[in-house]
Design a protein around this ligand. Structure first.
Ligand SMILES: NC(=O)C1=CN([C@@H]2O[C@H](COP(=O)(O)OP(=O)(O)OC[C@H]3O[C@@H](n4cnc5c(N)ncnc54)[C@H](OP(=O)(O)O)[C@@H]3O)[C@@H](O)[C@H]2O)C=CC1
Ligand SMILES: Nc1nc(=O)c2c([nH]1)NC[C@@H]1CN(c3ccc(C(=O)N[C@@H](CCC(=O)O)C(=O)O)cc3)C=[N+]21
Length: 294
């Protein structure tokens, strides 16, 4: 069994990016600038956005965090997005999801300038991805592809079972694993809460990508010997014996599943850190696009 070490690989990627940014500074060029809009103060969202800002500092990017109260109206958020769209200094930005119920997420995703959409959630970019055109690939699926690539995991002709069909992870992942080329050329089954015989389907998988958010959903008995296991799930479990008052866990019963798998991602330290590294990569790409346009 080999651990797909997202922490390590993400640090390598950040190192590579830091070198490129240092060169930009030396030449007196503008460095990439990433912004994030956070509406409300959900604990997990704050953690994620906070580590994004720290990662920006680490690689030498500029970053801006826009915090808005949970009572923000849709119009106020759309106005803020328009401001960031117009701000020439900002290369890319994300609107942290989920949004409060008074805000229509679809309207928000449509409002982001596709050239600054480093999440890759705008329909224009999502469509380009599905059509194999060059674009921003959503950071979590992009990070998983990068891990598979760096560890030389064979995906060709393999049966990949994706669990969960969210627009930010499961759905794009299912499209990307089925694309031509590598990592891809997989035969993909996309499963969700209405899937019948899900256990039987998972037992046939060479690669399982679990993105449902149910702790210990995936158990050793469910998988094939030597399956590749990618655990996207992140759930906070309240526990006072931990310093922060909680610990985080994935969808996979790691202790037992890891004994049977050929490759497996841990939580924490697997897909999460890769997501942040790929967001930085997309911001670098955005900055290059803007320079080429001018
Ligand atoms: N590591 C990282 O970088 C990231 C981690 N995450 C984590 O990944 C998890 C999933 O988040 P997200 O992708 O936003 O998905 P959502 O929470 O939006 O959706 C969950 C998906 O899982 C499906 N599902 C729920 N229960 C079951 C079940 N018992 N059997 C089969 N399918 C089920 C749902 O089906 P249905 O569609 O029918 O409701 C839905 O498609 C969360 O824990 C989240 O925190 C998310 C993003 C990035
Ligand atoms: N517009 C938007 N884009 C996103 O990409 C997006 C989003 N909204 N909403 C929420 C999800 C979740 N997500 C995570 C990213 C990194 C970690 C991460 O770094 N996790 C660490 C641990 C973090 C901890 O300790 O809580 C790890 O797994 O090792 C987790 C989760 C991005 N998302």
């Amino acid at each position: 069994m080999e651990i797909l070490d997202g922490k390590k690989v993400s640090n390598e990627i950040k190192q590579e990016i830091a070198v490129q940014v240092a060169k930009m500074r030396e030449k007196g060029e503008k460095v990439p600038h990433l912004a994030a809009i956070l509406v409300g103060s959900d604990g997990a969202s704050l953690t994620y956005v906070g580590s994004k800002v720290r990662s920006c500092e680490k690689v030498g990017f500029e970053s801006t965090l826009v915090k808005m109260p949970s009572t923000t109206s849709e119009l106020e958020l759309l106005n803020k997005i328009e401001e960031l769209n117009k701000n020439e200094d900002i290369d890319g930005f994300i609107v942290q999801l989920p949004l409060p119920p008074q805000i229509d997420t679809q309207k928000v995703l449509l409002a982001v300038d596709p050239d600054k959409d480093v999440d890759g959630f705008h329909p224009m970019n999502f469509g380009k991805m599905a059509l194999d055109m060059s674009t921003f690939i959503p950071a979590t699926p992009f990070g998983i592809l990068e891990l598979l690539e760096r560890y030389n995991v064979d995906t060709k002709g393999k049966h990949t079972v994706v669990i969960g069909r969210s627009h930010i992870v499961g759905r794009p992942m299912s499209i990307l694993m089925g694309r031509k080329g590598w990592p891809g050329n997989s035969t993909v089954t996309l499963t969700h809460s209405h899937t019948k015989n899900i256990t039987q389907i998972i037992s046939q998988a060479d690669i399982v990508i679990s993105a449902l958010g149910v702790p210990k959903f995936l158990k050793a008995e469910m998988i094939k010997d030597d399956a590749v296991i990618i655990d996207v799930g992140i759930t906070r479990v309240a526990d006072d014996s931990y310093e922060k008052g909680y610990y985080i866990t994935g969808d996979v019963d790691f202790e037992n599943v890891s004994k049977k798998a050929s490759f497996i991602t841990p939580v924490p330290g697997g897909v999460g850190p890769m997501t942040i590294a790929m967001l930085l990569k997309n911001t670098l790409l955005a900055r290059d696009r803007h320079r080429n346009r001018k």
